[in-house]
Ligand binder design. Structure first.
Ligand SMILES: Nc1ncnc2c1ncn2[C@@H]1O[C@H](COP(=O)(O)OP(=O)(O)OP(=O)(O)O)[C@@H](O)[C@H]1O
Length: 233
């Protein structure tokens, strides 16, 4: 497979709501792709289906795992969660960091869950935080950090298992525009800068402009041009 991850004709219903109605998409290694569109157009649902958080009702999600192509949508729950832990990284609007742990412990946690020795995991966490410019914050608790620093911790944590694809849902949604631009720089450097693919759902045209490509969604499909305000929500 030429691409790292591909969606083929994805459909997803939630009860009577058809959230995805035939989505095709292909993302290569080292590529960054933004997904934009009105509220309710299916962006998060698409991201969740690609990442194996949701399973589509129909269609395939093909992922090239070190040369072996797997259909994420067809895997058992156990294999899908193993794939999420080892091959995918996640950054959400609110970092979903554990407030009772320090920044370093939050970043080390995925590695401990993968069975890495504590000293290794802590050293790797310190290295990642330093790469993201907050090496001096490794011992700080999450509540002691600014919003931008917290997102850097979340970005560092998402890289810990050396994923092939990083999925980000509104990663700068809670930040001011200057901090948002800085966090995007850090996110791009730590993903596509290391040959990873980055798929970002965003409402922010400034964030999308930093990516290689922008896909626009409307009413559960990818459309050629952005929907105008008031159209297909
Ligand atoms: N768990 C769920 N249960 C029921 N309906 C859902 C669920 N998740 C999403 N939907 C519905 O599916 C459609 C697509 O939702 P989705 O969250 O993917 O849109 P979105 O484009 O990400 O929106 P937003 O920009 O507001 O986050 C919406 O109509 C939404 O109400």
């Amino acid at each position: 497979m030429q691409n790292l991850i591909e969606a083929r004709s994805l459909f997803k219903d939630f009860g009577p709501t058809r959230a995805l109605r035939g989505v095709d998409l292909a993302v290569a290694a080292g590529e960054s792709v933004a997904i934009m569109g009105p509220s309710g157009s299916g962006k998060t649902t698409l991201l969740h289906c690609l990442a194996g958080i949701e399973t589509p009702g129909a269609g395939q999600v093909l992922f090239d795992r070190l040369g072996e192509v797997v259909d994420v949508a067809a895997l058992s729950d156990r294999r899908r969660s193993e794939l999420r832990r080892t091959a995918f990284g996640f950054v959400f609007q609110q970092g979903l960091l554990l407030p009772e742990l320090t920044a370093g412990e939050n970043v080390a946690l995925p590695l401990l869950l993968l069975g890495r020795p504590r000293t290794d995991a802590e050293a790797e966490a310190a290295r990642l935080l330093t790469l993201l410019g907050i090496g001096d914050k490794a011992g700080a608790r999450i509540g002691e950090l600014s919003g931008g620093q917290q997102q850097r911790v979340a970005i560092a944590r998402a890289q810990a298992a050396q994923p092939s694809v990083v999925f980000a849902d509104e990663p700068t949604g809670a930040l001011d525009s200057v901090t948002s631009a800085e966090v995007m720089t850090a996110l791009l450097a730590s993903t596509v800068g290391s040959g990873r693919a980055l798929i970002v759902v965003t409402h922010d045209a400034g964030v999308a402009a930093r990516c290689d490509r922008t896909l626009h969604m409307a009413d559960g499909v990818i459309v050629e041009a952005p929907a105008r305000v008031g159209e297909a929500s």
